[in-house]
Design a binder for this molecule. Structure first.
Ligand code: KIV
Length: 281
C-alpha cells in the first residue's frame, strides 16, 4: 500500500524538483477516482458553490456545505492529501473564528485547510498553525474578494500589484503556511514567487513555472459551460452524459428498457402459489 501524503511531503517534492498535482473533488466517487489516478492533493474547493451547487460566485458557500462535502471526500480514504477550502467569512473576522472553523474542517476529515488572502490574513494563519492545523495560502486572484477587486481579473500585470502578490506569498510562508496557491496571475510573477519561497507554489492560470498545478475537476472533465480561459478540457463528459441519458429516455419510452437481462423473476412454483392465494382473497 502506498504511503499517505501529508503536507510535509509536498514540501519535500518541491525540494526534489518533482511537480505537484492537485485537483478539486467534492464527493465520494470522484475522490476515489482522482485518488486512483494518482494525484498528490485533493482540494475540496469553495468552487463547489459554482460547479456543484449552482451559485453565481463562491460568496454564498457556507461552512455547513463545505463540511458536508469534506466528509464525503474523506470517506473515500484517499492517499492524496485532503485540503478543505475555508469559505467566505469563516476566517476573516477573528483568529478564534479561523481556528474553530478550521478545526471543524479537520474534524470532518480534512488534513489541511486553505484560505484566501495575503498580508491581511497572516495572523489567522499563525493562529491555525499554532493550533496544529496545516494551512495552504492563496494569493493573486482571490475570488472571495471579487466584489472589491471588481471581477475575476488577471493579477500582476502592473508592477504595484505584482509586488503586492509577491509580498503576500512571502508573508504567508513566514506565517507558517506549508504551500501557496497562485491564481490567475501573470507567469513572470508566479515564477519569482516560486524561486523566492521554500514552500511549494501551486498554480491555477499562472503559468508553467510553479511547483505544481491545480484545476477544477468540472473544467477538466468538460462539465462547465463557461470554463475560465486557463483551464484545459481533458474529456467531454457533458456530451457523454447527454448521449447516455438521451438513449436511456428513448429506450424507456420505446419499452426497450428494462429488457430481460435487467429483470428479476420469482420461481414458477412461487408464482403459481401467489396466483392461487390472490384468487382466494
Ligand atoms: O475553490 C477552488 O476550487 C479553488 C481553486 C481554484 C484553487 O480555490
Amino acid at each position: 500500500m502506498k504511503k499517505k501524503i501529508m503536507p510535509v511531503d509536498l514540501v519535500k517534492k518541491k525540494k526534489r524538483g518533482e511537480k505537484i498535482v492537485m485537483i478539486t473533488a467534492y464527493d465520494y466517487p470522484t475522490a476515489r477516482l482522482v485518488d486512483e489516478a494518482g494525484v498528490d492533493a485533493i482540494l475540496v474547493g469553495d468552487s463547489l458553490g459554482m460547479v456543484v451547487l449552482g451559485y453565481e460566485s463562491t460568496l454564498p458557500v457556507t461552512m455547513d456545505e463545505m463540511l458536508h462535502h469534506i466528509r464525503a471526500v474523506a470517506r473515500a480514504k484517499p492517499r492524496a492529501l485532503v485540503i478543505g477550502d475555508m469559505p467566505f467569512l469563516s476566517y476573516e473576522t477573528s483568529r478564534r473564528d479561523a481556528v474553530l472553523n478550521a478545526g471543524l474542517m479537520i474534524k470532518a476529515g480534512a488534513e489541511a485547510v486553505k484560505i484566501e488572502g495575503g498580508v491581511e490574513v497572516v495572523d489567522k494563519v499563525e493562529a491555525m498553525v499554532k493550533a496544529g492545523i496545516p494551512v495552504m495560502g492563496h494569493v493573486g486572484l482571490t475570488p472571495q474578494r471579487m466584489l472589491r477587486i471588481g471581477g475575476y481579473k488577471l493579477m500582476g500585470k502592473k508592477v504595484d500589484i505584482a509586488e503586492k502578490v509577491i509580498e503576500d506569498a512571502k508573508a504567508l510562508e513566514d506565517a507558517g503556511a506549508f504551500a501557496v496557491v497562485i491564481e490567475f496571475t501573470v507567469a513572470e510573477v508566479a515564477r519569482i514567487i516560486t524561486e523566492k519561497l521554500s514552500i511549494p507554489t501551486i498554480c491555477i492560470g499562472s503559468g508553467p513555472w510553479c511547483d505544481g498545478q491545480v484545476l477544477v475537476i468540472h473544467d477538466v472533465l468538460g462539465l462547465t459551460p463557461n470554463p475560465p480561459p486557463f483551464a484545459k478540457k481533458y474529456a467531454d463528459l457533458s456530451r457523454i452524459i447527454l448521449e447516455a441519458v438521451k438513449r436511456y429516455s428513448e429506450e424507456v419510452r420505446a419499452g426497450l428498457f428494462p429488457g430481460e437481462e435487467h429483470t428479476l423473476h420469482m420461481s414458477r412454483e412461487e408464482y403459481e402459489e401467489l396466483l392461487r392465494r390472490i384468487k382466494k382473497e
